[in-house]
Design a protein around this ligand. Structure first.
Ligand SMILES: [Fe+2]
Length: 327
């Protein structure tokens, strides 16, 4: 059995074992807002309601606001499994949308298990998200490791209209008509990606960008306490570019669960891989601000001066919130 197949099979052993960190959830609901501010020059200020042990250095920023955001979007990853858990997350996404509509969804890879075959897109993508697609909510995908196995190295997904990709890596802006409120940079983080060209492109595009907010996403984590863990090579490739351009947020999946990091050289790293594939066990690392492997998705409320992030479970409850502000 190939290693990739073995991992996939092992993943199946975790079906139906939602590793709910209820103690942590209790800590969220009971804790007072607190905050951290790290890495002096380039760090965004950061408020955290889920880690009550963090220093309270930013208490003037409130998570509770009635102000409408400039832009609201959602994010999922590791979702295309066709499982009841994927449908449960999709249902929660739809119920959240009905209360607070979001314009689009970032889909951070492993869009179609197990081999990325586009013939499964109907069952593993169009059906679970049918209500959202009917409302014309757009999905912006990147390629996960599963997406390039039997899909002409991902080209079938790149050419699939509903994934809105256009290429292996791409950028797009949303929000304000002229400048965009946020510019998104979607990466191919697979080993066989055209890394040299992609990194040069990312550096160039971030330099050129006039958007007030710049967010990067890709499938693989730089930092993670899940089964796959972090990736030093990815850190070496991407972290200096993030620091140079003050990218406040990198979103990914691959490890099936939720983990948010403290700011590392100004960037917060969020693993958001609870979209429907079997969950993994997570540990805790020095960079962990909050971890809870459960089936979930995220929403982001973007304001001029802050982004409020929410991780939302299948019951619609928010189990992690944070504020990201600019450096
Ligand atoms: Fe993956």
């Amino acid at each position: 059995m190939k290693r990739r197949q073995l991992l996939f099979t092992l993943g199946g052993a975790f079906v139906g074992i939602p590793i709910i960190v209820s103690l942590i959830y209790d800590a969220i609901t009971k804790s007072k807002a607190s905050s951290i501010s790290q890495s002096p020059s380039s760090a965004p200020k950061f408020e955290n309601t889920s880690s009550p042990n963090l220093a309270d250095a930013n208490s003037e920023i409130s998570l509770d606001t009635t102000e409408e955001p400039l832009l609201r979007f959602a994010a999922i990853a590791d979702n295309g499994f066709g499982s009841p858990d994927q449908f449960a997350v999709a249902k929660s996404m739809w119920e959240t949308y009905q209360q607070k509509p979001y314009a689009f969804v970032l889909m951070a890879g492993d869009n179609i298990y197990p081999y990325g075959e586009i013939k499964l897109a109907k069952a593993y993508f169009e059906e679970p998200y049918a209500p959202l697609l009917k409302e014309n909510v757009q999905f912006y995908a990147v390629l996960g490791n599963h997406d390039i196995i039997k899909s002409n190295n991902g080209m079938d997904q790149i050419n699939y209209k509903l994934f809105n990709m256009g290429d292996r890596y791409y950028s797009f802006t949303k929000g304000d008509v002229r400048e965009g409120t946020v510019e998104f940079f979607a990466l191919d983080t697979n080993n066989n990606a055209p890394w040299e060209a992609q990194l040069a492109w990312l550096d160039r595009q971030l330099t050129k960008s006039t958007a007030p907010w710049k967010i990067v996403y890709g499938h693989h984590p730089l930092y993670s306490s899940g089964r796959h863990g972090g990736d030093r090579e990815l850190v070496a490739k991407l972290a200096p570019i993030f620091a140079k351009h003050k990218v406040p947020l990198y979103l990914c999946g691959h490890d099936h669960g939720y983990e948010r990091s403290i700011p590392l050289d100004g960037t917060i790293y969020i693993v958001n891989g609870g979209g429907g594939a079997p969950l993994y066990k997570f540990g805790k690392s020095p960079q962990t601000a909050f971890v809870s492997p459960q089936f979930s998705f995220m929403t982001f409320d973007v304001y001029q001066d802050k982004i409020i992030t929410k991780a939302i479970a299948t019951d619609g409850k928010v189990f992690d919130r944070a504020i990201i502000t600019k450096a």
